[in-house]
Design a protein around this ligand. Structure first.
Ligand SMILES: Cc1cc2nc3c(=O)[nH]c(=O)nc-3n(C[C@H](O)[C@H](O)[C@H](O)COP(=O)(O)O)c2cc1C
Length: 424
């Protein structure tokens, strides 16, 4: 992606080739546009990594209903801030990508749904949409093709669950943001029970490049299975936090943190832990990264014991207490659980209660197993994947950092006058 000064302005975007991909796409058959996206091996950048071209091909071509294109700009994942960067600096790339999707899918209407805290970004989007409409890139008969397409923005009230695609659609329809049963998947029955494609901001902004370069050429920027490039939001104890674009398959994770991002913020502190994909993935310890040649792509991170998620990388040095950092995340998931299903509503609350007990000095050796049991009863048993997201940080923190838990339990018990052997 090319970020240029004042790239949010239509004139600047067009000076750098903007909207040429849309012009090219409306000269292609819609099915051929989908084929290019399939060939690109683009996987959704919202966290789950579902192949985008395949998702688009699930939309029924012969449905008499209106079809919708929805951009998930909720970006509530702790550690993730790349979508914010894209909408701030490159809003026309998002508009262009969504409009190409509209052409490919036979849709005339798209929505950009952002979290409440992103109102200011949707104001930027509104200005860009108005500019595009004025210039004929949105609205009636785009590039003389007979294709009509328009976009609208909508803000939620700032709830993490509204990033889950079906809860997002409920919220967009004006209902409370509760997730819906799948199937039917949104591609078949989504917004207003009509075929709907929901994709992430980064996913849509990749589409103009794919059309410009051709699917295979774009794929080859990355690897065969993880095509293209990826934006990483990196925060925490590194000298140069920010948003970085890397080819998929970049080698390697240690080099990225220690060289590209400037290494540890405080030179005398060692790397302790990294959450590589936004908070909803397994936390890794330094031993899983240093000297391990972990490639930054979907396959590399799974092989290393975690996953790519949204690419929101949180780096922690040795001063971080993993019990406290994981408690912080558990409090987030408890607060954000929508309460719809019992395992998630009750389980996230119990996890926080046990963390509270441990960090207030009353932790018992059996609390660690109890937390694992609770996490196990949330994972895979909740109505939507928010439950898994709440379970994974706890499970991996206990697995990768047992000494941090032991320290709290032994010291806490000692301060309460008990003598314990913490078997973990
Ligand atoms: C609790 C929860 C929160 C989510 N939040 C977001 C989000 O903020 N942005 C996003 O793009 N996807 C989010 N997702 C993933 C979406 O459900 C969906 O997979 C995604 O928007 C699909 O787009 P993609 O295929 O382009 O990744 C979330 C999922 C869950 C379970």
């Amino acid at each position: 992606m090319v970020f240029v000064e004042n790239g949010h302005r239509l004139s600047v975007y067009r000076d750098h080739g903007g909207y040429k991909s849309l012009q090219k796409a409306v000269g292609m058959a819609p099915a051929d546009v989908i084929e290019e996206v399939k060939a690109s091996a683009l996987r959704g950048r919202g966290g789950a990594g579902f192949p985008t071209g395949m998702k688009w091909s699930f939309v029924p071509k012969d449905s008499p209903k209106a079809k919708y294109v929805v951009c998930n700009a909720d970006e509530s994942e702790p550690g993730s801030f790349k979508d914010r960067y894209l909408m701030e600096r490159d809003p026309h790339a998002l508009i262009e990508g969504m409009t190409i999707a509209g052409w490919a899918l036979g849709s005339n209407t798209g929505y950009v749904y952002g979290r409440g805290e992103y109102r200011y970004l949707l104001d930027i989007m509104d200005v860009a949409i108005a500019e595009a409409r004025e210039a004929g890139m949105l609205g009636k008969n785009i590039f003389g093709s007979g294709f009509d397409y328009d976009l609208h923005t909508h803000t939620g009230a700032g709830a993490y669950i509204c990033g889950e695609e079906t809860a997002l659609l409920s919220s967009l329809e004006g209902y409370r943001g509760h997730p819906r049963m799948k199937p039917p998947f949104p591609a078949v029955e989504g917004l207003y029970a009509s075929p709907t494609v929901v994709n992430n901001v980064e996913t849509f902004t990749s589409v103009p490049q794919i059309i410009e370069m051709g699917g295979i050429a774009w794929r080859d920027l990355g690897t065969e299975k993880s095509g293209g490039t990826k934006l990483w939001s990196i925060s925490g104890h590194v000298k140069k936090p920010g948003v970085y674009e890397l080819p998929m398959g970049y080698a390697d994770m240690e080099k990225f943190i220690m060289e590209d991002c400037g290494g540890m913020l405080r030179d005398d502190k060692k790397l302790k832990a990294v959450i590589p994909g936004g908070s909803s993935v397994y936390v890794m310890n330094a031993g899983q990264i240093i000297g391990q040649n972990v490639t930054l792509d979907y396959e590399g991170l799974v092989a290393a014991g975690s996953s790519l998620g949204t690419g929101g990388m949180i780096v922690m040095d040795e001063t971080v207490d993993i019990v406290e950092s994981t408690k912080n995340l558990s409090e987030f998931y408890k607060h954000e659980s929508c309460g719809w299903c019992t395992p998630c509503r009750e389980g996230t609350d119990w996890l926080v209660k046990i963390f509270d007990r441990i960090t207030s000095g009353g932790g018992r050796p059996e609390d660690v197993q109890l937390m694992l049991d609770i996490a196990d009863n949330i994972e895979g048993k909740s109505f939507c994947p928010l439950g898994d997201a709440a379970a994974w940080p706890v499970q991996s923190a206990i697995k990768q950092f047992p000494d941090d838990f032991k320290k709290w339990i032994v010291n806490g018990a000692a301060s309460n006058g008990h003598v314990v052997e913490a078997n973990m």
